[in-house]
Design a protein around this ligand. Structure first.
Ligand code: 6GU
Length: 235
């Protein structure tokens, strides 16, 4: 998979070098390229923002540098890219979104700062590929960089070969619509706290039932919005 990132803060993406994603880049599974938007700003101050038409607080990112940056990436693409613009005004990013994006051969993340990007950039990008504005959740970050990093990690780990053991992708929070069950390792007793007996019993059926019950219980407590009616009615 190829991922391009356009940002005025390329250094935010230095940490893509480390951990599993770093290995995936090294082995060629993931081809991530980070571009500085200012390379496409040609005035003396390399400015990428200006005051908003209609007035109001803050600055808006100018369309011209974005147009150039997106053109250069699209011209160098084997496929029609999917453009992701992280935005608190976007659709909610979920595990289902991550699954969809993991099947796309070429993703382009456009990271906005200030009060946002001139709206015409989104319409223009739609002539080069599919465009999605995507939000991590109902809170505000200073820009799209940290959100893009989260999305790149969530998508990247779903690409075959990035996570060593594919089974570890199945038994985790949100893959089956429930929160993950609690995990324990040795020692069986630690500072007066014991591992639940059932996990030491060796009965695979009872362990599976206990884990499912724990999933339902903690989902009901912490995220009742995730529970389908059918599971809700269980007991
Ligand atoms: Cl995707 N961007 C920004 N700037 N803030 C956010 C977000 C995205 N998701 C949640 N807050």
């Amino acid at each position: 998979m190829r991922i391009d990132v356009v940002t005025i803060f390329p250094a935010f993406f230095d940490v893509l070098e480390v951990s599993l994603l770093g290995k995936a880049r090294g082995s060629g599974i993931l081809d991530v390229r980070v571009h500085d938007l200012r390379d496409h700003a040609h005035d003396r101050h390399r400015s990428v923002d200006d005051t908003p038409y209609g007035g109001g607080a803050g600055m808006v990112m100018k369309p011209e540098p974005w147009g150039e940056a997106l053109d250069a990436i699209a011209a160098d693409s084997a496929a029609r890219p999917v453009f992701i613009f992280p935005s608190p005004a976007g659709e909610q990013f979920t595990q289902a979104t991550a699954r969809e994006l993991a099947a796309v051969p070429h993703l382009v993340f456009g990271c906005g700062r200030y009060e946002g990007i001139d709206e015409r950039v989104f319409a223009y990008a739609a002539t080069l590929g599919e465009v999605r504005l995507v939000s991590l959740g109902d809170y505000v970050l200073n820009g799209g960089e940290v959100a893009a990093m989260a999305m790149i990690e969530a998508v990247g780990r779903l690409i075959p070969g990035v996570v060593g053991n594919p089974e570890s992708l199945v038994e985790e929070s949100h893959e089956d619509g429930l929160l993950e069950y609690p995990s324990y390792t040795k020692p069986a007793s630690w500072r007066g706290r014991d591992v639940p007996d059932v996990l030491l019993s060796g009965h695979h059926g009872r362990v599976a039932q206990w884990r499912h019950d724990q999933q339902v219980q903690r989902t009901r407590e912490r995220r009742p919005d995730l529970l389908p009616e059918s599971v809700d009615a269980e007991e």
